[in-house]
Design a protein around this ligand. Sequence first.
Ligand code: HEM
Length: 534
Amino acid sequence: MAAFAAVVMVIASSPLVALLLRAVWVTLSCYWLTPMRIRRAMAAQGVHGPPPRPLIGNLREVSALVAKTTADDMPSLSHDIVGRLMPHYVLWSGTYGKLFVYFYGSEPRLCLTDTALIKEFLSSKYAHGTGKSWLQRQGTKHFIGGGVLMDNGARWSNQRHVVRAGVHGRQAQGESRAHGRVHEADDRGSPRRGGARPAGGGDRRPHDPPHRRHHLPHRVQHQLRHRQAHLHLLEDLHSLTARSSRHLWIPGSQYFPSKYRREIRRLNGELEALLMESIRRSREIADEGRTTATYGRGLLAMLLSEMEKKKEEEEKGSGGAGEFSYDAQLVIDECKTFFFAGHETSALLLTWTIMLLATNPAWQEKARAEVVQVCGDEPPSADHLSKLTVLQMIIQESLRLYPPATLLPRMAFEDIQLGDLRLPRGLSVWIPVLAIHRDESIWGADAHEFRPERFAPGARRLSAAGAGRFLPFAAGPRNCVGQAYALVEAKVVLAILLSSFRFAISDNYRHAPVNVLTLRPKHGVPVHLRPLRP
Ligand code: HEM
């Protein structure tokens, strides 16, 4: 016996074996012991859920349910899509109550729908004690890397401070040049995949006389080509990332070679090269000015100035601006973050709103009458935008029924007392925005219907916005930094469209909302655009 113990001691004292034992312990602790401890802590408070399998948790049930409910298009143009996109939520909230825990692989996820608790959980009280989980960050690592959307703690708040100033600068520019921006958008070339497009009309845009495109300055054409190349690469990266993250529940899978990962790496290389080229051009433009080190007022300008500031401080030997600083990689990651967080979501808001207007001609007419009355023959200006209340109501209702981000995920990095509920460190909280936006106890029996009047100024239910019930842009200190910009952009584009065209849904439209990181129409939204003027 003594000899056996001695052998064990010798083996255990070998550094390699000790390392191996530690790796086994960490894996066991991360993938089983801690999740089970969290499950027991929640069960002790009366919060239950479907029994998880080792490692895989409830993933198999979720995938099977979603595959079944989204296999076919919807038989009618119904907005009742919670059962289609979140069948597991419908099943488990029916079985275990609205508060339940399920397992995404080994990550325990608490589904939270109580609006008062949501409001508190998203408040500044927990801005640093909560954030994005390892699984989420790992899932988007090769797509967007770091950046304000995925960073946590002090790094997040430093970045938030910088990008907020950048976005506000961009918004001010956008508002003062509202008309110019829309024509620039008009000139972007072919419509995005999955976005609204004129059915049968291909690329033809009667509002966009052919001579305009040919007279675009060379610099603008170059920028547009660049932007399109970025967008295509990002779309491809987006779908590959969604596919490659499916196996993240397997311990160590992030190190396995896979065809998706190889392709992601290749596309990422291409995208980063394009972004580096944009950065280089911005620097050249700033250098040509040769007066100050400023790059302009936009977001990229802001990020580059921050990077420059740090470099200058280092050169002067003044130690730099604390531990956090922007380097070229973080600037690139931030650009990717903004493409993902800003472009995709805004395009989807327009797409779904056009679908709703094309299928609700009475609201389309109301919105058009308002645009004509407020703007007359002029293009919409910043002054007009605040007066477009019907359009604002329609946009809000579209964001309620089809929020581009259907879920809000946050992990508790510390033990949190939320009302009577104690959330143990390591528990992920999932706020099912789509389901909350359809909750009849909040929105009434007509919750599944398109009724923009619920957002009329002074309407009773509008007060819901402040109370964790209307969350298209999240809430609290980690809410959407581009919210105001997105709303201005949507209003301007829709106002121009409404004053130029009457639109109707094409017979080819197939109603099939799907969730691939964002809520999108599986087959796009083909519409017929009829010019209002010859
Ligand atoms: C209709 C359009 C948009 C919708 C529905 C939307 C929605 C959201 C939501 C729900 C979040 C919180 C995500 C989370 O915490 O998991 C978010 C965050 C964010 N959004 Fe938006 N967004 C939109 C447009 C934009 C635009 C135009 C920009 C940039 C100009 C932008 C930049 C960001 C950034 C940087 C964050 C991260 C904020 C942080 O974590 O501090 N978004 N957005």
